[in-house]
Design a protein around this ligand. Structure first.
Ligand code: ZN
Length: 397
């Protein structure tokens, strides 16, 4: 659906370099020559029809825009004022985006990404910016998803990738809900009081407190994400949750055997309970043993594998892209992001500067173009670009 963007730039209600330190940010469209899937004229028309007709949901991305100069990434982040890529989102084809904001990184003085302060700071700063413009709005209920599509707006789901440090104060889940959080990970890569993360050596699964967290999230109507949870935590959550859960962004371990990818058992258990997995495209994640150069083609191999494994009703896309040099960002924040995967000889891959075809959120449309080109029906496409996620949200929210 065509979006109405009036040119607003983040925080334009303040004076740059007086109220905050300004950085030169990347272009939100065509930062690098990332390819567009080529289509015939009739295929192009079909893509436009699909965008008009169906709701498009990204199950995981970051709407944040980063500085052009990688050296400035750290000072920019420490400034605590993350710009949102409204211009890029407006042409992405996305109606509703599960936005990871910029979690996993500590902005507040403690530098602890999961401190209560840090999480609340980021959410509050985001709300302030969003409330100064008209293209995007925070999604709080199902009707908002339909509204975004119908009215040519971008609906943003606040999605925290890991639970903040709330100790045993489960009531703080209500506070997060009140601030608009509608999807939350049980753990980030490094485990917490609720369960083990995928970077943990010892996988203890979901803890007693973790079971309480799942119960409260079910009751309050907050979607559960296990993308960064360990295998055992994932299985425990799927079993414990009374509602279907999400793996918002991952891929198939069968194709690329790293911890970040999910084993068949987890994907199957998730699907059996009606959940959905979003296929991700963050640089150097969804590779395959046959094709070790990351591009939209390897991403789609993971999609097709999962589709075959559990069926088209349980798969979607959570590309996990952002506006800027994602590879440089991984290098700057490798420790905070718990990118502990060691590069073994068996898992050698070709380093890329960006994922060709899925470089940033503005290229989400390329997924639809790929599906059209590869003979998927309208019904199938409508499911994987939004319908499946919407089905889960109707049950959960
Ligand atoms: Zn993530």
């Amino acid at each position: 659906m065509k979006k109405h963007y009036n040119g607003y730039k983040s925080f334009q209600y303040l004076e740059p370099n007086k109220d905050y330190r300004a950085f030169k940010l990347v272009r939100e469209i065509d930062r690098v020559p990332s390819k567009n899937i080529e289509l015939s004229k009739s295929e192009e028309e079909r893509v436009e029809e699909i965008l008009e007709k169906y709701i498009v949901i990204s199950l995981h991305d970051h709407s944040t825009v980063f500085p052009e100069n990688p050296q400035e990434i750290l000072p920019y982040v420490r400034e605590g004022r993350m710009f949102t890529g409204f211009e890029g989102l407006a042409v992405s084809g996305i109606d509703v985006i599960f936005d990871g904001l910029f979690d996993g990184i500590g902005l507040t003085p403690s530098r602890d990404p999961w401190s209560w302060d840090n999480v609340i700071y980021q959410i509050g700063m985001f709300h302030s910016d969003i409330d100064h413009q008209n293209l995007a709005f925070i999604v709080r209920r199902i009707e908002d998803v339909e509204k975004a599509h119908k009215e040519g707006k971008i609906g943003i789901v606040i999605h925290i990738e890991g639970a903040p440090r709330i100790g045993d104060e489960i009531d703080r889940v209500d506070v997060l809900y009140g601030l608009g959080v509608r999807c939350m990970g049980i753990t980030y890569s490094k485990g917490n009081e609720f369960g083990s993360g995928l970077a943990d050596k010892y996988d203890k699964g979901l803890t007693d407190l973790g079971y309480k967290l799942v119960e409260r999230m079910n009751k309050i109507g907050m979607a559960i994400d296990i993308a960064h949870s360990s295998d055992k935590t994932s299985m425990d959550v799927i079993e414990a949750s009374k509602k279907p859960v999400f793996i918002t962004h991952a891929g198939a371990r069968k194709l690329w055997p790293t911890r970040r990818m999910k084993p068949d058992e987890v994907i199957q258990a998730l699907a059996e309970k009606g959940g959905v997995i979003g296929v991700e495209a963050s640089p150097h994640t969804t590779l395959t043993l046959e094709d070790r150069k990351h591009s939209i083609e390897t991403v789609m191999k993971h999609f097709q594998y999962i589709e075959k494994l559990v069926g088209i009703d349980y798969v979607a896309f959570g590309p996990d892209t952002l506006f800027g040099d994602h590879v440089a960002l991984h290098k700057v924040f490798s420790r905070e992001l718990s990118l502990t995967e060691t590069r073994t000889k068996e898992l050698e891959y070709t380093e890329v500067e960006y994922v060709d075809g899925l470089e940033n959120p503005s290229q989400f449309k390329n997924i639809i173009r790929w599906l059209v080109k590869n003979g998927y029906s309208d019904e199938e496409i409508s499911k994987v670009i939004g319908g499946n996620v919407l089905r889960v949200l109707r049950e959960v929210w």
